[in-house]
Design a binder for this molecule. Sequence first.
Ligand code: 1GP
Length: 251
Amino acid sequence: MGRSVEHSLIEKIRERGAIHMTLLDPQKTASGKCVEIASEAEKAGTSAIMVGGSTLASNSDLDDVIREIKKRVGVPLILFPNNISGVSRYADAIWFMSLLNSSSTYYLIDVQALSAPLIKRYGLEAIPMGYIIVGEGGAAGFVGQARGIPYDHPELALGYSLAAETLGMRFVYLEAGSGAKAPVPTKMIALVKKHLGVPLIVGGGIRNGKAARAAVEAGADIVVTGTLVEETSGVRESIYEIVRNIESRER
Ligand code: 1GP
């Protein structure tokens, strides 16, 4: 298992200051539309396509949509699994993630133990990531049985983030949940970034360039948006507005 996707992400962050990733949920968006969105997002400068969703259930549907996206898109396609069914051999890499503030051992380590042998067999590049839910966390918070970090307690997010890094995870994701009313607070991002030695991903509730820029100015290295492309008719313009706001920012 190489680390080529991971290295390309690190390199892009170094070059551009911060990068954007587009999240597609094949449960919410039809396959043809996913392909179209991925292609438009790539043209707008997104750095990777993430595929996943909290309620995704069919593995063969996932395989199909990933193969279709791969035919049209050159940026890395990274799985963002909610469960064993979120693994596909056709992706370029998988976020090998643990929901660190889940109250269930299933999302902490059991589902990883069930899927790791398959990931190894497929030769999928696994990128270890600590996943931390902030606030209610939407469907991810509910399904993952998370004890969400309160928005006004950034020091708790810092503790979990540093635990992830100390355990050897190479990315940390602060997740407000898809469609969150308010994104992860900038104070929380700033405190975590100040002490964290690995790249910081932030997502949930970011719908425009201004919010994306605020996250990056606070310290996010990667900004993820999902709902935005599900709702807009102009995917390329919407993603471009975000990309242009976050790249080459003074930090
Ligand atoms: C959810 O962080 C991602 O896992 C993206 O959230 O859908 O709110 O952009 P949005």
